[in-house]
Write a protein that binds this ligand. Structure first.
Ligand code: NAD
Ligand code: UD1
Length: 337
């Protein structure tokens, strides 16, 4: 298994996965509409790996363009990152999210089957667990979504379970990411959010570099050790390596399997602020404010299934995550712009 189509491969996680795939001897080909990414990332991947991946600018809802790609390359498998991911935006524009995420996925799966390509790794999210009944969360926990973005992930998971049920040729991994952060250690690729970041670490790093003035800490009255929310933050390079492991595991795993991709350990907002300050030498100005609607107190993964069945585990600790995040942010204060 060599030739891999990577939808959304120019994006934050996709670009790190490209580096990992190239290093593991795969030949990844990007398809991306650049809605939330910059084509410069291809040069950066080439700088890191010495290999320039082929990149096609197209929308995955464009089935004609997809058919042409499958005819040209005869892909062995697909890693499907392409999607919109901003929770707040999904509440305001549900139609756009369902059309892009669910519609785009349906087009992709049809074209895959037309071309006898049945191996797929799909980017799902810990958001499918909704408000967890207990932590750590394992893959058999009840699923529930609280916003259109989360619903789109759950719908696609359901479609994939049904495809695998109907046709035993499908070999599918659903990777449920916890909280990806940080950047490649070269400082050449990283997260470059459009506008003001919604997520904690890009917000903190933009305060660190002086683009934003103050972090709002959303609530210090949760039932957690210091009252602030606890999450399972994972280095994006660790997350990226889970994809090559998942591809290899498809050789033995049939059907549709879900895997948690996290570290298995949670950190609070204030612990993240302190760790960033240690790594960057910057002081993060913050103020505690009201809870953000829809947030939960604590979320971290039970990672036993991915360790046992994918032979994968996260390696980078919090200090490494902060060091690499700061290198990316300070080398690229305005992202790719
Ligand atoms: P990203 O926005 O950086 O990357 C997604 C890429 O897909 C972008 O390059 C975008 O231009 C492209 N894209 C979007 N719609 C497309 C379409 N219709 N056709 C072609 N390309 C399209 O996001 P990311 O953080 O790299 O996330 C990748 C995947 O992982 C997404 O599916 C996201 O929902 C999922 N995920 C992300 C996180 C996270 O915190 N970053 C957490 C859990 C799951
Ligand atoms: C968010 C998404 C979720 C997605 C996940 C991974 C929301 C509501 N949920 O979850 O769907 O799967 O990212 O990308 O957007 N925080 C602050 N100040 C900030 C930003 C965040 O205090 O400016 C706190 C939050 O309250 C939370 C923690 O930091 O306790 C992490 O927040 P965030 O990075 O947005 O991730 P999630 O809420 O886990």
């Amino acid at each position: 298994m060599k030739k891999i189509l990577v939808t959304g491969g120019a994006g934050y996680i996709g670009s790190h996965a490209l580096v990992s795939l190239i290093e593991q001897g795969f030949t990844p080909v990007i398809v991306d509409n650049l809605r939330n990414s910059d084509i410069k990332v291809v040069d950066r991947i080439a700088q890191i790996t010495g290999v320039r991946p082929e990149a096609h600018i197209a929308d995955i809802r464009d089935e004609r363009a997809l058919r042409q790609l499958f005819a040209d390359y005869q892909f062995d498998a697909v890693i499907h990152f392409a999607g919109l991911k901003a929770v707040g935006e999904s509440v305001a524009q549900p139609q756009r999210y369902y059309h892009n995420n669910v519609g785009g996925s349906l087009s992709l799966f049809s074209v895959m089957a037309e071309h006898d390509c049945y191996r797929l790794v799909f980017s799902s999210s810990a958001t499918v667990y909704g408000v967890p009944e207990s932590v750590p969360i394992n893959e058999t926990a009840p699923l529930c979504a609280t916003n259109p973005y989360g619903h789109s992930k759950l719908m696609i998971e359901q479609v994939l379970h049904d495809l695998a049920e109907a046709d035993s040729r499908w070999q599918i991994s659903l990777l449920r990411y916890f909280n990806p952060i940080s950047a490649h250690s070269s400082g050449l690729i990283g997260e470059d959010p459009d506008g003001v970041p919604n997520n904690l670490m890009p917000y903190i790093s933009q305060v660190g570099i002086g683009r934003l003035k103050q972090l709002s800490v959303y609530g210090d009255d949760y039932d957690t050790p210091d009252g602030t929310g606890v999450r399972d933050y994972i280095h994006v390079v660790d997350l990226a390596s889970a994809h090559s492991k998942a591809l290899l595991a498809l050789d033995v795993d049939h059907g549709c399997q879900a895997y948690n991709i996290g570290t298995g350990r949670g950190y609070s907002v204030l612990e993240m602020v302190q760790a960033f300050e240690r790594a960057s030498g910057q002081v993060i100005n913050y103020q505690v404010r009201a809870r953000r609607p829809g947030d939960i107190a604590t979320c971290y993964a039970d990672t036993r299934k991915s360790a046992e069945q994918l032979a994968w585990r996260a390696e980078f600790d919090l200090d490494a995550m902060m060091r690499d995040l700061w290198r990316w942010q300070s080398n690229n204060p305005s992202g790719y712009k």
